[in-house]
Design a protein around this ligand. Structure first.
Ligand SMILES: NC(=O)C1=CN([C@@H]2O[C@H](COP(=O)(O)OP(=O)(O)OC[C@H]3O[C@@H](n4cnc5c(N)ncnc54)[C@H](OP(=O)(O)O)[C@@H]3O)[C@@H](O)[C@H]2O)C=CC1
Ligand SMILES: CC(=O)C(=O)O
Ligand SMILES: [Mg+2]
Length: 773
């Protein structure tokens, strides 16, 4: 290890890179699935009764209109303006794909809106404006301005983007931010600060070659210089070669501002001896030979999307001493503006900033850089179980991961503080500590936890049996599992049938997926003898066991798992839950002392994630079972990042109304009192009481729960089923599960109508449980 890398983890071998590669077919399928695209609009106020209508629409709506007419600032109080950003493009520079036009840019713009929501709870809408005329574009955005709290310009080519942004900034009183310029520059600056530090350089002495002289490149050059890089140390190149002083061909005023006196005329010549390379151009623009000529410990940011100027594998092959970053999420060090724009706008919107100025940009870059130097919390450091791949500040971790839950409470605060200090905040925040704490609550813990789970599985791939391997959606899920880097899928089924289905799908069987035919597997004898040993005193003959192994794929899969031929099983699309479980249970026992039950995660928009149990096994659980279900559910909630508050649900609350209250619920509470568990619980209570602390405070102030219940233990299977089936359909929420809990080996049984995505999620959860064993 060289000096600069001392004290950090050894670089991750690129052979070990945890990939989440997706195929073009998968990408198209995702966009076409269900409601096409990635966005919809939801209501934040009820519109159910005539009264609701009168309040939200005519005549009630006249009131906020009149108030806003008198005082425009009230638009922030009475409308969605303050949390609403327009993502605007004309499609002239879509990623690194070139001028695809406004319509074809829509998937990227919808994607940016989705990222705004997912990472920073900023609402947005894509506006794809079909003109390359600067005046027409500026007018379109300008006149739509009143609807929005901010304008995020995206994928507009240089040099028009500079003029458009400048003019809109002058015309509008809300932040106008060209993400490809400033978002990219901020994130690249953060990465550079850390890479320079790790390689023992000083920013002012670092020489940088930027390939590309468009939106992203010019903004990067400007911010790097503002942060301390010496202007003459930056050489910019474009399709015509080096942007040198005196060049006339293909120039514009923005390039001229960065033209330098140099003998170099080509990218190769510019790269000789350079410390750092920024790629903001197109796929494959850099060759291994160019990297070979760079200085020691070169810093290579190949940021073109979707494919970088050079891949990390190619770069490491010629320069093992380099620090390499790309714009992609499937390599270490993702230098991508996704780390910037959601959090920068969050901070700017929250202080009602009139603009996003340089102080705010520098604050964001420094906050990002500093976060990467901090210890990565255990739950983020999901690669911890993979030897030598811990996320720790070093050459393979110079910038935080986009899923790092600390980003939301760090970057917006830094941006807000800078906005206040520089005088552009129209609503300064007095207590930034309190603001930081409130920001953390904007993220859904489950969404983050699920991502961390997938990361951990990628770092520790497992062999998962897909028991119903002849089904098309199961085959698709197995391929996705393999392509996501989660491990090695095993499809149980007849090879000719599986291959025929693959043929109709038009995909070859990826290496790494195996097919096991239960009828003629070499292991059948071993499996049958295993079953016979378990069941011989229950009236089973060896030939009965043989038949079960040959004919029931769940039994076969269960035997594979029991005898160590696989790490986990996923099944359920061809048999009812009970039948699938019976097959599995023939070969696999419940965990010693545990209780088997189903746990369903309801991801509701308003209340966040709620865990519901038992949604699969016990029709009328007794008190001891209910208590154990509560204990295991609370533990599962904690693993997914939620501090559990368990409510035992009934039709009644603490004896009111009177009736036949299941005594088992009260007895379960008493049993937990005896066990002195370390989580909150109470009951019995009705669902509204469980979920509404205000109601509880009025009517049942003695209740021990300190917030809305997030683990609902149901009195019986009927109620659990009705709740978990009805809620997603009534609220457009999502249900994950039931997750099968309490089995001695990791098995997940999906609902029969499960989608490919649900199958994949459950296989991933099963693989995760296998790692935890
Ligand atoms: N990782 C990230 O977060 C981000 C990455 N990017 C990537 O940066 C790239 C540029 O985007 P953007 O600035 O918005 O686009 P622009 O259209 O504004 O600029 C493109 C620039 O690339 C130059 N270029 C094209 N091909 C080559 C080549 N073979 N060699 C040298 N220069 C070349 C063009 O040269 P000329 O001026 O001669 O036409 C132009 O200066 C894209 O790949 C994009 O995906 C952009 C934003 C964020
Ligand atoms: C990431 C991004 O915005 C781009 O490549 O254009
Ligand atoms: Mg872009």
């Amino acid at each position: 290890m060289d000096d600069a890398h001392k004290g950090t983890m050894p670089p991750i071998s690129l052979a070990d890179v945890r990939t989440a590669r997706v195929t073009p077919e998968e990408a198209l399928a995702l966009h076409a699935e269900g409601r096409p695209g990635k966005l919809e609009i939801r209501l934040t106020k009820p519109l159910i009764t005539a009264r609701d209508l009168s309040l939200a629409y005519s005549p009630g709506v006249a009131e906020p209109c009149l108030h806003i007419a008198r005082d425009p600032a009230l638009a922030y109080d009475y409308t969605s303006k303050g949390n609403f950003v327009a993502v605007v493009s004309n499609g002239t520079a879509v990623l690194g794909l070139g001028n695809l036009g406004a319509l074809a840019s829509k998937p990227v713009m919808e994607g940016k809106v989705a990222l705004f929501k997912r990472f920073a709870d900023v609402d947005g809408i894509d506006l794809c404006i079909d003109t390359e005329d600067v005046d027409a574009f500026v007018n379109a955005v300008r006149y739509l301005g009143p609807s929005f709290g901010g304008i995020n310009l995206e994928d507009i080519k240089a040099p028009e983007c500079f003029v458009i942004e400048q003019r809109l900034r002058e015309l509008m009183d809300i932040p106008v931010f060209h993400d490809d310029q400033h978002g990219t520059a901020i994130v690249a600056a953060a990465g550079l600060l850390n890479a320079v530090h790790l390689t023992g350089r000083a920013l002012k002495d670092t020489t940088i070659v930027i390939n590309g002289a468009g939106a992203a490149a010019v903004a990067c050059a400007e911010l790097m210089k503002a942060m301390g890089v010496t202007p003459r140390n930056v050489i910019m190149c474009d399709t015509k070669g080096v942007v040198y002083r005196g060049r006339t061909e293909g120039m514009n005023q923005w390039k001229s501002a960065h033209a330098v006196d140099t003998e170099a005329r080509t990218l190769s010549q510019a790269m000789a001896g350079a410390d750092c390379f920024f790629g903001l151009s197109v796929k494959g623009a850099v060759t291994p030979e160019m990297l070979r000529a760079m200085a020691d410990k070169p810093i290579i940011f190949a940021m073109a999307n979707p494919d970088p100027e050079i891949t990390p594998e190619e770069a490491k092959a010629v320069r093992p001493d380099c620090i390499i970053a790309t714009g992609r999420s499937d390599y270490p060090n993702q230098v991508n503006n996704v780390l910037g724009f959601p959090f920068i706008f969050r901070g700017a919107l929250d202080v009602r900033a009139s603009t996003i100025n340089d102080a705010m940009k520098v604050a964001a870059a420094e906050a990002l850089a500093m976060l990467a130097r901090e210890d990565v919390p255990e739950e983020v450091n999901t690669a911890g179980a993979g030897a030598g791949t811990s996320l720790r500040f070093g050459p393979d971790y110079i910038i935080p991961n986009a899923f790092d839950p600390r980003l939301i409470s760090r970057v917006p605060v830094a941006v807000a503080r800078a906005a206040i200090a520089s005088g552009v905040a129209r609503k300064p925040i007095a207590d930034l500590g309190k603001y930081a704490r409130a920001l953390a609550g904007r993220l859904d813990a489950t969404a983050n936890a699920m991502e961390l789970i997938t990361e951990r599985v990628r770092a520790n791939p497992r062999t998962v049996v897909f028991a119903e391997g002849e089904e098309e959606k199961v085959i698709r899920a197995a391929i996705a599992f393999h392509n996501s880097g989660y491990g090695s899928p095993v499809l149980v089924g007849r090879e000719d049938r599986i291959r025929a289905t693959l043929l109709t799908l038009g995909v070859p069987l990826p290496e790494g997926i195996t097919i096991r035919n239960a009828r003629n597997s070499d292991s059948n004898r071993r499996y049958a003898e295993y079953l016979y040993a378990r069941r011989q005193r229950e009236g089973f003959l060896l030939r009965d066991c043989q038949r079960l192994v040959n004919q029931d794929r769940n039994v076969f899969a269960g035997c594979m798992l029991a005898l160590g031929d696989a790490d986990a099983v996923v099944t359920g699309v061809t048999r009812s839950y009970a039948v699938a479980l019976e097959g599995i249970a023939t070969a696999i026992d419940p965990a010693p002392g545990g209780v088997m039950f189903g746990l369903t995660l309801l991801l509701a928009r308003v209340s966040g994630t709620v865990f519901v149990a038992d949604t699969a096994i016990h029709e009328r659980p007794d008190a001891a079972t209910l208590a154990e279900i509560a204990v295991q559910s609370a533990a599962a909630a904690r693993r997914l990042g939620h501090e559990p508050r368990v409510a035992f649900l009934s039709f009644s609350t603490f004896g009111d109304p009177k009736g036949h209250i299941p005594g088992s619920l009260r007895e379960a509470v008493r049993l937990l009192d005896e066990r002195k568990v370390d989580f909150e619980y109470d009951g019995e209570m009705a669902a509204d009481v469980a979920l509404d602390p205000a109601l509880r405070a009025r009517l049942y102030p003695f209740c021990r729960l300190t917030g809305p219940a997030n683990v609902l233990v149901m009195p019986g299977l009927h109620a659990a089923h009705i709740l978990t089936k009805a809620v997603p359909r009534l609220t457009s929420g999502t249900a994950i599960g039931p997750l099968l809990m309490g089995l001695s080996r990791p098995v997940q049984i999906v609902p029969m109508d499960a989608s490919v995505t649900q199958l994949l999620d459950m296989a991933c959860l099963a693989a995760h449980a296998a790692i935890a064993r």
